[in-house]
Design a protein around this ligand. Sequence first.
Ligand code: NAD
Ligand code: ISE
Length: 334
Amino acid sequence: MELRIGVIGTGAIGEDHIRRLTDTITGARVVALSDINKENAMRVSKKYNVTFYETGYEVIWSPDVDAVVIASWDPTHAEFVLECIKAKKHVLCEKPLGTSAEECMEIVKAEAAGGKKLVQVGFMRRYDKGYRKLKEIIESGEIGEPLMIHCCHRNRVPGPQHTTDMTIKNSGIHEIDILRWLLGEDYESGQVLMAKQNQNALDGLKDPQIMLLKTKSGVRIDAEVNMNSHYGYDIQCEVVGEKGVIRLPDPISILKKKSGMGSHEILADWSQRFVEAYDVEFQQWINSIKESGPVGPNAWDGYVAAVTADTLIKARKLKTIEPIILEPQPAFYC
Ligand code: NAD
Ligand code: ISE
Protein backbone atom coordinates (compact mmCIF):
# COMPACT_ATOMS: atom_id res chain seq x y z
CA MET A 1 0.00 0.00 0.00
CA GLU A 2 1.27 3.48 -0.88
CA LEU A 3 1.07 6.01 1.97
CA ARG A 4 -0.45 9.32 0.93
CA ILE A 5 1.62 12.18 2.35
CA GLY A 6 0.70 15.83 2.92
CA VAL A 7 3.54 18.38 3.20
CA ILE A 8 3.17 21.69 5.06
CA GLY A 9 5.82 24.21 4.01
CA THR A 10 7.29 24.12 0.51
CA GLY A 11 10.39 26.25 1.10
CA ALA A 12 13.96 24.96 0.89
CA ILE A 13 13.64 21.70 2.79
CA GLY A 14 9.91 21.19 2.14
CA GLU A 15 10.47 21.10 -1.61
CA ASP A 16 13.52 18.88 -1.13
CA HIS A 17 11.43 16.41 0.92
CA ILE A 18 8.74 16.40 -1.80
CA ARG A 19 11.42 15.60 -4.38
CA ARG A 20 12.82 12.87 -2.11
CA LEU A 21 9.38 11.32 -1.48
CA THR A 22 8.63 11.43 -5.20
CA ASP A 23 11.95 10.30 -6.71
CA THR A 24 13.80 8.31 -4.06
CA ILE A 25 11.52 6.90 -1.37
CA THR A 26 9.38 3.86 -2.06
CA GLY A 27 5.95 3.11 -0.60
CA ALA A 28 4.74 6.71 -0.41
CA ARG A 29 3.48 9.49 -2.63
CA VAL A 30 2.91 13.19 -1.92
CA VAL A 31 -0.75 14.06 -2.55
CA ALA A 32 -1.21 17.39 -0.74
CA LEU A 33 0.80 20.49 0.06
CA SER A 34 0.31 23.91 1.57
CA ASP A 35 2.36 27.05 2.13
CA ILE A 36 1.51 30.64 3.02
CA ASN A 37 3.74 31.61 0.10
CA LYS A 38 1.07 30.62 -2.41
CA GLU A 39 3.05 31.55 -5.50
CA ASN A 40 5.93 29.24 -4.65
CA ALA A 41 3.57 26.51 -3.43
CA MET A 42 1.69 26.62 -6.75
CA ARG A 43 5.01 26.25 -8.59
CA VAL A 44 5.90 23.18 -6.50
CA SER A 45 2.35 21.84 -6.86
CA LYS A 46 2.63 21.98 -10.66
CA LYS A 47 6.18 20.61 -10.72
CA TYR A 48 5.24 17.49 -8.72
CA ASN A 49 1.56 17.27 -9.67
CA VAL A 50 0.39 17.59 -6.06
CA THR A 51 -2.88 19.21 -4.91
CA PHE A 52 -2.51 22.62 -3.25
CA TYR A 53 -4.50 23.31 -0.06
CA GLU A 54 -5.05 26.80 1.35
CA THR A 55 -3.94 25.89 4.91
CA GLY A 56 -1.89 23.33 6.77
CA TYR A 57 -5.02 22.41 8.75
CA GLU A 58 -6.81 21.38 5.54
CA VAL A 59 -3.83 19.17 4.63
CA ILE A 60 -3.92 17.52 8.07
CA TRP A 61 -7.68 16.81 8.03
CA SER A 62 -7.92 15.83 4.35
CA PRO A 63 -9.33 12.28 4.02
CA ASP A 64 -6.85 11.84 1.15
CA VAL A 65 -3.84 12.27 3.48
CA ASP A 66 -2.53 9.38 5.61
CA ALA A 67 0.52 11.08 7.17
CA VAL A 68 2.00 14.57 7.34
CA VAL A 69 5.44 16.18 6.95
CA ILE A 70 5.88 19.57 8.60
CA ALA A 71 8.57 21.76 6.99
CA SER A 72 7.22 25.23 7.73
CA TRP A 73 8.93 27.81 9.98
CA ASP A 74 9.87 26.78 13.50
CA PRO A 75 7.11 28.74 15.34
CA THR A 76 4.40 26.87 13.38
CA HIS A 77 5.58 23.36 14.26
CA ALA A 78 3.89 22.80 17.62
CA GLU A 79 0.40 23.85 16.50
CA PHE A 80 0.53 21.63 13.41
CA VAL A 81 1.90 18.65 15.38
CA LEU A 82 -0.88 19.02 17.98
CA GLU A 83 -3.43 19.08 15.16
CA CYS A 84 -1.94 15.88 13.66
CA ILE A 85 -2.28 14.21 17.06
CA LYS A 86 -5.94 15.35 17.20
CA ALA A 87 -6.47 13.94 13.71
CA LYS A 88 -4.64 10.72 14.79
CA LYS A 89 -2.20 11.00 11.88
CA HIS A 90 1.49 10.16 11.83
CA VAL A 91 3.68 13.22 11.49
CA LEU A 92 7.34 13.79 10.73
CA CYS A 93 8.06 17.29 12.01
CA GLU A 94 11.27 19.03 11.00
CA LYS A 95 13.37 20.12 13.96
CA PRO A 96 12.79 21.81 16.32
CA LEU A 97 9.62 20.16 17.59
CA GLY A 98 8.63 23.46 19.18
CA THR A 99 10.19 26.78 19.99
CA SER A 100 10.11 26.20 23.78
CA ALA A 101 10.11 23.40 26.32
CA GLU A 102 6.50 24.30 27.21
CA GLU A 103 5.31 23.83 23.63
CA CYS A 104 7.08 20.48 23.42
CA MET A 105 5.67 19.33 26.76
CA GLU A 106 2.17 20.06 25.49
CA ILE A 107 2.89 17.73 22.55
CA VAL A 108 4.35 15.04 24.84
CA LYS A 109 1.22 15.15 27.03
CA ALA A 110 -1.20 15.14 24.08
CA GLU A 111 0.55 12.21 22.40
CA ALA A 112 0.78 10.19 25.62
CA ALA A 113 -2.91 10.90 26.38
CA GLY A 114 -3.84 9.56 22.92
CA GLY A 115 -1.91 6.37 23.74
CA LYS A 116 -0.32 6.00 20.28
CA LYS A 117 3.10 7.06 19.02
CA LEU A 118 2.46 9.41 16.12
CA VAL A 119 5.27 11.97 16.25
CA GLN A 120 8.79 11.75 14.82
CA VAL A 121 11.20 14.70 14.90
CA GLY A 122 13.54 15.47 11.98
CA PHE A 123 16.83 14.96 13.83
CA MET A 124 18.30 13.40 10.69
CA ARG A 125 21.91 13.27 11.89
CA ARG A 126 20.96 10.06 13.71
CA TYR A 127 20.78 8.48 10.22
CA ASP A 128 24.15 9.79 9.02
CA LYS A 129 26.65 6.98 8.38
CA GLY A 130 29.48 8.82 10.11
CA TYR A 131 27.57 9.53 13.33
CA ARG A 132 26.22 5.94 13.34
CA LYS A 133 29.79 4.61 13.11
CA LEU A 134 30.90 6.88 15.98
CA LYS A 135 28.06 5.48 18.11
CA GLU A 136 28.95 1.89 17.21
CA ILE A 137 32.59 2.44 18.27
CA ILE A 138 31.63 4.21 21.50
CA GLU A 139 29.26 1.37 22.38
CA SER A 140 31.87 -1.28 21.57
CA GLY A 141 34.05 0.10 24.38
CA GLU A 142 37.06 0.21 22.04
CA ILE A 143 38.09 3.75 23.07
CA GLY A 144 37.05 3.30 26.69
CA GLU A 145 34.65 5.73 28.31
CA PRO A 146 34.14 8.97 26.37
CA LEU A 147 35.62 11.87 28.34
CA MET A 148 35.20 14.91 26.10
CA ILE A 149 33.64 15.85 22.78
CA HIS A 150 34.82 18.74 20.60
CA CYS A 151 32.56 19.78 17.77
CA CYS A 152 31.72 22.51 15.37
CA HIS A 153 28.71 23.34 13.28
CA ARG A 154 29.67 25.92 10.69
CA ASN A 155 27.14 27.42 8.28
CA ARG A 156 28.43 29.41 5.33
CA VAL A 157 25.92 32.26 5.89
CA PRO A 158 22.68 32.35 7.91
CA GLY A 159 19.18 32.90 6.48
CA PRO A 160 17.92 36.51 6.61
CA GLN A 161 15.60 35.81 9.58
CA HIS A 162 18.30 34.16 11.69
CA THR A 163 18.59 35.45 15.29
CA THR A 164 21.11 35.01 18.08
CA ASP A 165 18.72 32.62 19.92
CA MET A 166 18.20 30.58 16.73
CA THR A 167 21.92 29.78 16.65
CA ILE A 168 21.09 27.53 19.62
CA LYS A 169 17.48 26.50 19.12
CA ASN A 170 17.51 26.12 15.35
CA SER A 171 21.14 25.20 14.51
CA GLY A 172 22.90 24.08 17.71
CA ILE A 173 19.87 21.91 18.52
CA HIS A 174 21.34 19.32 16.12
CA GLU A 175 24.44 19.00 18.36
CA ILE A 176 22.22 18.92 21.46
CA ASP A 177 20.29 15.95 20.07
CA ILE A 178 23.06 14.02 18.34
CA LEU A 179 25.50 14.13 21.26
CA ARG A 180 22.85 12.99 23.76
CA TRP A 181 22.05 10.14 21.33
CA LEU A 182 25.73 9.30 20.78
CA LEU A 183 26.45 9.12 24.49
CA GLY A 184 23.10 7.64 25.53
CA GLU A 185 22.77 9.99 28.49
CA ASP A 186 21.15 13.28 29.48
CA TYR A 187 22.81 16.60 30.25
CA GLU A 188 23.45 17.98 33.70
CA SER A 189 24.33 21.62 32.96
CA GLY A 190 25.13 24.09 30.22
CA GLN A 191 26.80 27.39 29.50
CA VAL A 192 27.40 29.53 26.42
CA LEU A 193 30.52 31.55 25.65
CA MET A 194 30.61 34.26 23.04
CA ALA A 195 33.66 34.34 20.79
CA LYS A 196 35.03 37.58 19.39
CA GLN A 197 32.20 39.07 17.29
CA ASN A 198 32.33 38.35 13.55
CA GLN A 199 31.90 41.78 11.95
CA ASN A 200 30.47 40.12 8.80
CA ALA A 201 27.41 38.86 10.70
CA LEU A 202 24.06 40.50 9.93
CA ASP A 203 23.16 43.45 12.15
CA GLY A 204 22.34 42.35 15.67
CA LEU A 205 23.39 38.70 15.21
CA LYS A 206 25.88 37.66 17.87
CA ASP A 207 28.15 35.17 16.16
CA PRO A 208 29.84 32.74 16.72
CA GLN A 209 28.79 31.06 19.97
CA ILE A 210 30.30 28.17 21.91
CA MET A 211 27.88 25.85 23.70
CA LEU A 212 29.41 24.07 26.68
CA LEU A 213 27.56 21.04 28.05
CA LYS A 214 28.27 18.59 30.83
CA THR A 215 26.51 15.22 30.85
CA LYS A 216 25.20 13.44 33.95
CA SER A 217 28.28 11.15 33.97
CA GLY A 218 30.68 14.10 33.58
CA VAL A 219 31.50 14.12 29.84
CA ARG A 220 32.47 17.67 28.81
CA ILE A 221 31.34 19.00 25.43
CA ASP A 222 32.34 22.13 23.56
CA ALA A 223 30.43 22.95 20.38
CA GLU A 224 31.22 25.93 18.19
CA VAL A 225 28.06 27.05 16.41
CA ASN A 226 29.12 29.47 13.73
CA MET A 227 26.66 31.00 11.28
CA ASN A 228 29.20 32.87 9.15
CA SER A 229 32.09 30.60 8.25
CA HIS A 230 31.97 32.12 4.75
CA TYR A 231 33.94 29.13 3.38
CA GLY A 232 31.21 26.47 3.46
CA TYR A 233 29.12 24.07 5.53
CA ASP A 234 31.36 22.18 7.89
CA ILE A 235 30.28 19.71 10.58
CA GLN A 236 32.98 18.31 12.88
CA CYS A 237 32.84 16.01 15.88
CA GLU A 238 35.70 14.44 17.80
CA VAL A 239 35.14 12.10 20.73
CA VAL A 240 38.04 11.76 23.15
CA GLY A 241 37.90 8.50 25.06
CA GLU A 242 40.04 6.91 27.77
CA LYS A 243 41.97 4.81 25.25
CA GLY A 244 41.60 6.60 21.92
CA VAL A 245 40.01 9.32 19.85
CA ILE A 246 37.43 9.00 17.06
CA ARG A 247 36.44 11.66 14.57
CA LEU A 248 33.44 12.16 12.26
CA PRO A 249 34.63 11.77 8.65
CA ASP A 250 34.25 14.60 6.16
CA PRO A 251 32.05 13.80 3.16
CA ILE A 252 33.91 12.01 0.37
CA SER A 253 35.50 14.55 -1.92
CA ILE A 254 38.09 14.31 -4.67
CA LEU A 255 41.52 15.76 -3.97
CA LYS A 256 42.43 17.86 -6.97
CA LYS A 257 46.13 18.54 -7.64
CA LYS A 258 46.65 21.21 -10.23
CA SER A 259 49.03 24.06 -10.99
CA GLY A 260 51.12 23.36 -7.92
CA MET A 261 48.08 23.29 -5.62
CA GLY A 262 46.02 20.57 -3.92
CA SER A 263 42.34 21.26 -3.16
CA HIS A 264 39.00 19.62 -2.47
CA GLU A 265 35.43 20.86 -2.50
CA ILE A 266 33.65 21.89 0.70
CA LEU A 267 29.86 21.55 0.51
CA ALA A 268 27.63 24.62 0.70
CA ASP A 269 24.85 23.53 3.01
CA TRP A 270 22.92 20.84 4.89
CA SER A 271 20.96 19.70 1.82
CA GLN A 272 24.15 18.30 0.26
CA ARG A 273 25.97 17.30 3.46
CA PHE A 274 23.12 15.20 4.86
CA VAL A 275 21.40 14.10 1.65
CA GLU A 276 21.83 10.39 2.41
CA ALA A 277 20.76 10.83 6.02
CA TYR A 278 17.46 12.47 4.97
CA ASP A 279 16.85 9.65 2.47
CA VAL A 280 17.39 6.97 5.11
CA GLU A 281 15.33 8.93 7.66
CA PHE A 282 12.36 9.17 5.29
CA GLN A 283 12.51 5.57 4.05
CA GLN A 284 12.64 4.27 7.62
CA TRP A 285 9.82 6.58 8.69
CA ILE A 286 7.56 5.39 5.85
CA ASN A 287 8.41 1.72 6.50
CA SER A 288 7.92 2.05 10.25
CA ILE A 289 4.51 3.68 10.14
CA LYS A 290 3.30 0.93 7.82
CA GLU A 291 4.54 -1.61 10.35
CA SER A 292 4.41 -1.12 14.12
CA GLY A 293 4.90 2.66 14.37
CA PRO A 294 7.70 5.23 14.27
CA VAL A 295 11.04 4.28 15.79
CA GLY A 296 13.03 7.49 15.14
CA PRO A 297 13.56 10.51 17.41
CA ASN A 298 10.29 11.01 19.28
CA ALA A 299 8.40 13.81 21.01
CA TRP A 300 10.32 13.19 24.24
CA ASP A 301 13.63 13.70 22.36
CA GLY A 302 12.17 16.92 20.93
CA TYR A 303 11.23 18.02 24.45
CA VAL A 304 14.69 17.24 25.91
CA ALA A 305 16.36 19.18 23.09
CA ALA A 306 14.05 22.15 23.70
CA VAL A 307 14.72 22.19 27.47
CA THR A 308 18.45 22.09 26.75
CA ALA A 309 18.23 24.89 24.17
CA ASP A 310 16.09 27.08 26.46
CA THR A 311 18.56 26.52 29.31
CA LEU A 312 21.56 27.38 27.14
CA ILE A 313 19.89 30.60 25.97
CA LYS A 314 19.16 31.53 29.58
CA ALA A 315 22.77 30.73 30.52
CA ARG A 316 24.04 32.91 27.69
CA LYS A 317 21.89 35.84 28.74
CA LEU A 318 22.79 35.53 32.43
CA LYS A 319 26.44 34.57 31.76
CA THR A 320 26.02 31.63 34.16
CA ILE A 321 26.26 27.85 34.19
CA GLU A 322 22.68 26.56 34.40
CA PRO A 323 21.36 23.15 35.49
CA ILE A 324 19.38 21.32 32.80
CA ILE A 325 16.23 20.11 34.49
CA LEU A 326 13.75 17.75 32.82
CA GLU A 327 10.21 16.85 33.89
CA PRO A 328 9.84 13.17 34.79
CA GLN A 329 9.74 11.06 31.61
CA PRO A 330 6.24 9.61 31.04
CA ALA A 331 6.22 5.79 31.06
CA PHE A 332 4.80 6.03 27.51
CA TYR A 333 8.29 7.01 26.24
CA CYS A 334 10.40 4.62 28.37
P1 NAD B 1 12.15 28.17 4.31
O1 NAD B 1 11.91 29.55 4.81
O2 NAD B 1 12.91 27.98 3.05
O3 NAD B 1 10.75 27.41 4.13
C1 NAD B 1 9.76 27.44 5.10
C2 NAD B 1 8.43 27.58 4.40
O4 NAD B 1 7.38 27.51 5.39
C3 NAD B 1 8.26 28.92 3.68
O5 NAD B 1 7.98 28.67 2.32
C4 NAD B 1 7.10 29.58 4.39
O6 NAD B 1 6.29 30.36 3.54
C5 NAD B 1 6.36 28.37 4.93
N1 NAD B 1 5.44 28.64 6.02
C6 NAD B 1 5.61 29.45 7.09
N2 NAD B 1 4.52 29.44 7.87
C7 NAD B 1 3.64 28.58 7.29
C8 NAD B 1 2.34 28.13 7.62
N3 NAD B 1 1.70 28.57 8.71
N4 NAD B 1 1.73 27.25 6.82
C9 NAD B 1 2.35 26.81 5.70
N5 NAD B 1 3.59 27.20 5.33
C10 NAD B 1 4.22 28.07 6.12
O7 NAD B 1 12.84 27.38 5.50
P2 NAD B 1 13.56 25.96 5.44
O8 NAD B 1 15.02 26.16 5.44
O9 NAD B 1 12.94 25.11 4.40
O10 NAD B 1 13.19 25.40 6.90
C11 NAD B 1 11.91 24.91 7.17
C12 NAD B 1 11.95 24.09 8.46
O11 NAD B 1 12.81 22.98 8.29
C13 NAD B 1 12.50 24.86 9.66
O12 NAD B 1 11.74 24.50 10.79
C14 NAD B 1 13.93 24.39 9.82
O13 NAD B 1 14.34 24.38 11.16
C15 NAD B 1 13.85 22.98 9.27
N6 NAD B 1 15.11 22.58 8.58
C16 NAD B 1 15.69 21.43 8.96
C17 NAD B 1 16.86 21.05 8.37
C18 NAD B 1 17.55 19.79 8.82
O14 NAD B 1 18.75 19.68 8.57
N7 NAD B 1 16.86 18.85 9.41
C19 NAD B 1 17.43 21.83 7.36
C20 NAD B 1 16.78 22.98 6.98
C21 NAD B 1 15.60 23.35 7.59
C1 ISE C 1 18.85 24.45 9.43
O1 ISE C 1 17.52 24.71 9.84
C2 ISE C 1 19.20 23.03 9.67
O2 ISE C 1 18.54 22.30 10.34
C3 ISE C 1 20.56 22.67 9.24
O3 ISE C 1 20.81 21.30 9.39
C4 ISE C 1 21.51 23.47 10.11
O4 ISE C 1 22.84 23.18 9.78
C5 ISE C 1 21.25 24.96 9.92
O5 ISE C 1 22.11 25.69 10.77
C6 ISE C 1 19.81 25.28 10.28
O6 ISE C 1 19.53 26.66 10.10
